[in-house]
Ligand binder design. Structure first.
Ligand SMILES: *[C@@H]1O[C@H](CO)[C@@H](O)[C@H](O)[C@H]1NC(C)=O
Ligand SMILES: *[C@@H]1O[C@H](CO)[C@@H](O)[C@H](O)[C@H]1NC(C)=O
Ligand SMILES: *[C@@H]1O[C@H](CO)[C@@H](O)[C@H](O)[C@H]1NC(C)=O
Ligand SMILES: *[C@@H]1O[C@H](CO)[C@@H](O)[C@H](O)[C@H]1NC(C)=O
Ligand SMILES: *[C@@H]1O[C@H](CO)[C@@H](O)[C@H](O)[C@H]1NC(C)=O
Length: 514
């Protein structure tokens, strides 16, 4: 499995004897000048993507923006492949540079960058993938010009990868061979705080509930959520495992934070509902509020609001308040439940978003969760696994040291964290192997560097997190674009250094030899 990578490292090392390494001591200054030239147009593309959000596999406008720009505005700079690898909204840019002194037929060192550009259903770019698109475009463009200026033989690939959010577009691309033949892959993800960190393994169990009546199906679905909540509280297998329910009605899609949940309660008084909710809602629910009012369906419309939390977190959000209210009232004689404004549905989907810190725990967590509610559901299906992403050694330290320098904004707030805040399909490229006992990273198919960078302006009282509706606004601010420019430039600097220095490349890819 690792054979190909090892041989390409040896060949890259052999490069040194043929072509002298370039002097890269002024690279940071040079990249600033290159950025001033290339970044503004690329930022315009990202702003356009932010203004025109498209969900996974539907990113036709984003696809065309990139393909058209490089075909018409920068012709000849890249080999542009639209609709790459059979995916209508994937694209690939490829560039190769060599020098006369270099013997022909010797493989070039290759750096790859990843762009994403899918949005979330109903809430636009609330995960900031416009910045992931921009980061890849900018870093690749800067690295390209720098290797030309410095005379560094190299190949650079930029892969536009559809549908990160729902069905792991990178898994489809991986199977089509899109990530082969590249020494190191780079991407970067905007979020609320800056850290180089692992990402969780994830799988969704989609449960279909059926009932003879609307009241029955709502009760079954909520009973299932209560059962899973209790099972989570009792402790799931594996490290940092979670199972968070996502109510698939109205705007709620898996991956969209549920910031407003309505539950209809029939056969109880408005006063009882208000007292019940008030007795549950305490300071452990951050920023959660509710309204309760008699409605035209003949019961009480209880609606909970709040920032919630990413599906990977066990934050007590609006759904938890609703579920705990259901738990408190469901045993009372004559009380029934409904979905306000939607009282005819007799089928209801709930997604249980199952996560664990390590891939090797995911199956057992999924088994426990599905066994917990299985008897209540008519059917259960699962989606594509997102394996855990691990932090590969070497590049993180180089990156963090670089960002401390004045050229990169003297950012001293970066660190390597062991906390996994979310998941990513970039893990499919990495193919990490961890020791089953120690959980240490012992091997990988590819080197993937995936820092998460903060786009919250300093001094912001409450920074929205990815997938909360207000994160969309953050991802449109000037500050966020400034941060992306810095991170992209830093990745370009490291990419050029790796392409120029076989020893550094060997260090960065040492994990592949295991
Ligand atoms: C690299 O370039 C810098 C700036 O021009 C110069 O000071 C330095 O001596 C050069 N280093 C080598 C090894 O040639
Ligand atoms: C009503 O519920 C059904 C079944 O869950 C769902 O598909 C539909 O989107 C809901 N409609 C509205 C307006 O919420
Ligand atoms: C609520 O209960 C009333 C009285 O039994 C009934 O007429 C009404 O249809 C119920 N509404 C729902 C949505 O369950
Ligand atoms: C239930 O109450 C919420 C909050 O006031 C409101 O937004 C929603 O439209 C109500 N639902 C119906 C069906 O009236
Ligand atoms: C980097 O490579 C050098 C030379 O092979 C080696 O001495 C050093 O230990 C390596 N460092 C890392 C972090 O792999």
């Amino acid at each position: 499995m690792h054979f190909n990578r090892r041989s390409s490292i040896l060949l890259a090392s052999g490069l040194a004897s043929h072509v002298l390494a370039a002097n890269v001591s002024t690279l940071a200054t040079r990249l600033k000048a290159i950025s001033a030239d290339v970044f503004p147009d690329l930022k315009d593309i990202a702003v356009d993507i932010w203004n025109n959000p498209e969900i996974g596999l539907d990113e036709h406008h984003a696809h065309d923006l990139v393909v058209d720009y490089f075909t018409t505005q920068r012709p000849g700079e890249w080999v542009v492949t639209p609709h790459a690898f059979g995916m209508p909204t994937a694209w690939r840019l490829e560039f190769e540079f060599t020098v006369p002194a270099r013997p022909p037929n010797t493989p070039l060192p290759v750096i790859g960058f990843l762009s994403e550009y899918d949005a979330l259903v109903g809430i636009g770019h609330a995960c900031g993938h416009n910045h992931i698109a921009l980061n890849g475009l900018a870093a690749a463009s800067m690295a390209r010009q720098a290797v030309i200026d410095l005379g560094i033989p190299a190949r650079i690939v930029l892969m536009g990868t559809p549908d990160e959010e729902s069905e792991a577009g990178k898994h489809t691309l991986l199977e089509a061979g899109a990530f082969d033949g590249v020494d190191v892959w780079f991407m970067a993800h905007p979020t609320s705080t800056s850290a180089v960190q692992p990402m969780n393994a994830r799988i969704n169990a989609i449960a279909d509930f059926r009932g003879g009546s609307h009241n029955d199906v709502v009760r079954s679905a909520y009973e299932a959520i209560v059962a899973v909540s209790d099972r989570v509280a009792a402790g799931l297998p594996g490290t940092s495992s979670t199972a968070v329910a996502v109510e698939d009605v109205g705007m709620f899609e898996c991956n969209v934070v549920q910031s407003q949940i309505s539950l209809g309660i029939n056969g109880s008084s408005l006063e009882t509902v208000q007292q019940t909710v008030s007795s549950i809602l305490d300071s452990t629910f951050p920023g959660v509020t509710f309204t309760a009012a008699l409605d035209s369906d003949g019961g009480v419309n209880l609606t909970s609001f709040g920032p919630g939390g990413h599906a990977s977190e066990s934050t007590k959000g609006p759904l938890v308040l609703t579920v705990e209210t259901f738990r408190a009232l469901s045993s009372q004689q004559g009380v029934t439940f409904y979905l306000p404004g939607n009282t005819t549905a007799t089928a209801l989907d709930i997604t249980f978003d199952v996560r664990s810190r390590f891939t090797l725990d995911l199956d057992s967590v999924l088994d426990v969760v599905t066994a917990t509610f299985g008897n209540l559901a008519a059917s259960i299906s699962t989606d594509t696994v997102y394996p855990a992403l691990e932090v590969t050694p070497f590049i993180p330290d180089v990156f963090i040291d670089l960002l401390k320098t004045p050229d990169y904004g003297s950012q001293t707030n970066w660190g390597i964290s062991t906390f996994a805040p979310a998941s990513t399909d970039a893990s499919w490229l990495q193919g990490a192997v961890v020791d089953p006992t120690t959980k240490a990273l012992i091997g990988a198919d590819r080197v993937v560097f995936h820092p998460n960078f903060g786009i919250c302006p300093p001094g912001t009282a409450h920074c929205a997190f990815n997938h909360e509706p207000p994160f969309r606004d953050l991802a449109g601010t000037d500050f966020s674009y400034t941060q992306t420019e810095i991170v992209a430039r830093a990745l370009a600097q490291i990419a050029v250094e790796l392409l120029n220095d076989p020893v550094m490349m060997a260090n960065a890819t040492a994990i592949l030899g295991n």
